[in-house]
Design a protein around this ligand. Structure first.
Ligand code: C2E
Ligand code: CA
Ligand code: CA
Ligand code: CA
Length: 275
């Protein structure tokens, strides 16, 4: 193995070169995908425990790639963040989500995911306002989900940007709550309306009393800060019952409903929202 070192280096170089070419190619394709409407939204319902019905949907992006089929966000969001394409991608998601919710899901709230890096863009409030105005969606029906990482990088700008967006009437939810590295101090400083407990805490709920204790503590923490508490990743009726006992406000997960194309969601929930 030792004396093949030189050959390894050659291969290594060639691989690296290929990777860079692949990345450039994918970047070019993603830019084109945003411009030519190859992106789609999948809509996942969120169940409101007190209202005993679905009152909101989370819009999740997919890339319908010509050769590779449907790509999931984990396969292209990191690239979008690194190349700066995330801004254009989010503008597409914001406008599509607001317009679809306004036209097809009367009375429902719509939740959009924004990357932490976008909160260092002081133009973000204006971009969100543009989507609201172009769609006619009342700002009270738009929610933005952001992970705790947003509070770690450039917290001053992030706070300023968030306050300007909140002033529009848009709400913020902390996504993947419990998995980040931020201290809980930010709950007091930043204008959040609710938390979404990460699914990794919900999955073990059925068979572990320790897991139940942890979720109970998170719900208590949320209540102490006057935040609404949503559980993600609810896959079984057993988890759903326990979360209702623990007085979670919102439930989301495959048991409630999987992410689906708009037409399916409208067929399933349209009548409920109209009543
Ligand atoms: P997330 O915001 O935490 O979204 C929840 C993810 O968990 C979604 O994966 C959803 O399909 C999946 N999920 C929902 N319920 C269940 C369940 O009961 N069990 C299991 N096992 N999974 C469930 P998806 O759609 O692949 O999205 C992955 C992540 O990509 C999202 O995590 C979000 O962070 C990010 N993302 C999605 N859309 C966008 C977007 O438009 N912009 C940005 N910046 N990020 C996005
Ligand atoms: Ca989310
Ligand atoms: Ca999440
Ligand atoms: Ca996530």
């Amino acid at each position: 193995a030792k004396n093949s070192g030189r050959n390894n280096w050659v291969f290594y170089q060639r691989d690296m070169g290929e990777k860079i070419v692949q990345r450039r190619e994918m970047e070019r394709e993603l830019r084109e995908a945003i411009q030519t409407d190859q992106l789609r939204l999948a809509w996942q319902p969120r169940y409101d425990v007190r209202a005993a019905r679905v009152t909101a949907f989370e819009a999740l992006v997919r890339w319908h790639h010509r050769q590779h089929g449907i790509l999931m966000p984990d396969q292209f969001i990191p690239l979008a963040e690194e190349t700066g394409l995330i801004g254009a991608l989010s503008d597409w998601v914001l406008l599509r989500a607001c317009a679809d919710a306004r036209r097809e899901l009367p009375g429902m709230a719509v939740s959009v995911n924004l990357s932490a890096v976008e909160f260092s863009d002081k133009g973000l409030p204006k971009r969100i306002l543009a989507a609201l105005e172009a769609s006619g969606l009342p700002s009270s029906r738009l929610e933005i989900e952001v992970t705790e990482n947003a509070m770690l990088q450039d917290p001053d700008t992030t706070l300023e940007v968030m306050l300007a967006i909140k002033a529009l009437g848009v709400k913020f939810l902390i996504d993947d709550f419990g998995t980040g590295y931020a201290s809980l101090n930010y709950l007091r400083t930043f204008p959040f309306e609710g938390i979404k407990i990460d699914k990794s805490f919900i999955f073990p709920l059925s068979d572990s009393s320790q897991a139940r204790q942890i979720v109970e503590n998170m719900v208590g923490l949320g209540k102490a800060y006057s935040l609404s508490v949503t559980a993600e990743g609810v896959e079984t009726v057993c988890q759903m019952e326990q979360l209702q006992q623990l007085e979670c406000d919102g439930l989301q997960g495959y048991y409630i409903g999987k992410p689906q194309p708009l037409a399916q969601v409208v067929a399933q929930y349209g009548a409920v929202s109209a009543s």
